[in-house]
Design a protein around this ligand. Structure first.
Ligand SMILES: [Zn+2]
Ligand SMILES: [Zn+2]
Length: 502
């Protein structure tokens, strides 16, 4: 239980509600195989607490990073998208520095959206840490990236011979769920927190018995993130076969049943982004996404196209990645006042009036063994695919990852494909660090009151909740390693016959 020596970003400063309301920005152009990058950029752009922070220019005002800085890139990108009147934008800086975000990515080779998300968050985390490389591990989990996306998992191992119990904790920025047996997100989460029995071959040595024993392992969410990011593993095996079943997911998700401890209030999350992979296998296809803009409306974002759609369309997809943001008190009250009020909001209100609620008992659980493979999707047929496919069609990456235990994965094997295309990528002359003078932190006058009220509530709530970083102890927190482990995954699919959907 090591308390952080430094708090790099105070959680009280995170604003979960949009500070500005507007229609969505433009779509993103596809270089030919970069739809996996575009969907993640769009989902991050419409992540309210991240966008609020980036739009404030707080990062660039304090950044002394020489050369590549993912936070500066994201700040410039989000500002450009949300302030642009262009019909589409080319994310030049991201493409230019793709190899610095993740060595395995090539500008002209298809990749996996979840893998790119992992690498992007990791690069943002590195940028937040800047030069402070000797920070203790607990302090490293106080960056804005961890304050938004980071949570804590608890793993309880019980020796079935002597009943000795040992707990360990691990930070996470996203969770990968096995959906082989699950027809819904909540079922997959229930499975995630269900105890798993592992025999002596699991190599767990009980310190009391002093020998390898059969254990029961259960994993629970110990500390929830502000933004809960889930990947539904759609790789059926190592061959590229996809699990194309529809997995139901709610617009509002309560994480309370999956917690290790009781909680005083509901842990209600609201869906704000969905990434879909269309294609018959993990080895080809196309990524697109649905995001909720700050105006509260949903849009289908498919590279450069941005089209209005309804929540019903959003909830009917064969989702690959799901992004949920924790509801603020203000949001809960708004929902309670509306006719579309989920029952959660009512229970929230009654709790605010005094009663306390016990958290559901967390089922025992174990992390599922993971078979991971990385899918390569097909280049987007809409652009440039033709000539390139002829030349490179055969080396469409078939990245392949060994079967990996969630806890014991090894480093991934990378396949070197074509030479980096960076030299051919135009330099970014316009995405440079924004002028500090142009930062507009002030919300629109009409939103000022709401924001002020919301902030007061958020702060009061944060204090009541005792979101106490000092209590966030981490025994197993090698962030980089865990992120690497999770990078082996699958990807999603979309039931539709993907093909060249141009
Ligand atoms: Zn920077
Ligand atoms: Zn024992």
């Amino acid at each position: 239980m090591t308390p952080p020596q430094r708090i790099l970003f105070s959680p009280e400063e995170i604003c979960m509600d949009w500070q500005q309301r507007q229609r969505p920005g433009p779509g993103l152009r596809n270089l030919g195989s970069t739809c996996y990058i575009n969907v993640i950029l769009q989902c991050l752009t419409y992540t309210p607490p991240l966008a609020n922070y980036l739009l404030s220019c707080e990062h660039s005002q304090l950044c002394f990073q020489q050369g590549f800085c993912m936070m500066c890139i994201m700040e410039a990108h989000v500002r450009k998208v949300l302030r642009s009147s262009a019909s589409s934008i080319w994310p030049k800086a991201v493409i230019r520095d793709l190899k610095l975000i993740g060595e395995e990515f090539e500008p002209d080779t298809a990749g996996d959206a979840f893998e790119f998300l992992c690498c992007a968050l990791k690069a943002m985390q590195r940028a937040c840490l800047g030069g402070s490389s000797n920070l203790d591990i607990s302090s490293q989990t106080t960056t804005i990236v961890h304050q938004i996306f980071g949570g804590l998992l608890k793993s309880r191992v019980t020796c079935l011979r002597c009943q000795a119990v040992s707990d360990s904790y691990k930070t996470f920025l996203h969770i990968l769920l096995d959906i082989k047996e699950a027809s819904s997100l909540t079922a997959a989460l229930e499975d995630f927190v269900t105890p798993k029995q592992l025999d002596g071959k699991s190599c767990f040595k009980c310190s009391k018995c002093e020998k390898k024993v059969t254990i029961s392992k259960r994993v629970t969410v110990h500390h929830v993130p502000k933004v809960f990011t889930v990947c539904l593993e759609r790789a059926a095996d190592h061959t590229g076969k996809k699990i194309s079943t529809f997995v139901e997911y709610p617009e509002y998700l309560d994480l309370l049943p999956y917690m290790s401890d009781t909680a005083a209030e509901p842990l209600l999350y609201s869906l704000y982004a969905v990434v879909v992979h269309s294609g018959d296998t993990c080895l080809d296809g196309h990524f697109f996404c649905y995001t909720k803009a700050s105006n509260g409306l949903w849009y289908k974002m498919d590279d450069e196209s941005v089209d209005n759609c309804g929540i019903h369309a959003v909830l009917r997809q064969q989702a690959y990645l799901l992004f949920y943001a924790r509801c603020s008190d203000l949001k809960m009250r708004e929902m309670a006042a509306s006719s579309l009020t989920p029952s959660y909001a009512h229970s929230f209100l009654s709790e605010c009036e005094g009663s306390s609620k016990q958290a559901g008992s967390a089922g025992p659980q174990g992390l599922p063994d993971r078979k991971t493979l990385t899918c390569c999707q097909r280049k987007n047929a809409r652009e440039k695919a033709q000539s390139r496919s002829l030349q490179r069609g055969n080396d469409r990456c078939s990245r392949f990852v060994n079967s990996t235990d969630y806890d014991n994965s090894t480093g991934r094997k990378r396949k070197k494909t074509s030479p980096p295309g960076r030299d051919h990528t135009p330099q970014d002359g316009t995405d440079s660090k924004p002028s500090k003078r142009s930062c507009q932190r002030a919300p629109a006058p009409s939103a000022a009151q709401e924001q002020s009220l919301q902030r007061q509530r958020e702060q009061g709530r944060s204090l009541r909740q005792g979101y106490d970083l000092r209590r966030r102890f981490v025994e197993i927190t090698d962030y980089h390693q865990s992120a690497k482990k999770r990078r082996k995954h699958s990807f999603g699919i979309n039931g539709q016959k993907n093909q060249s959907q141009n």
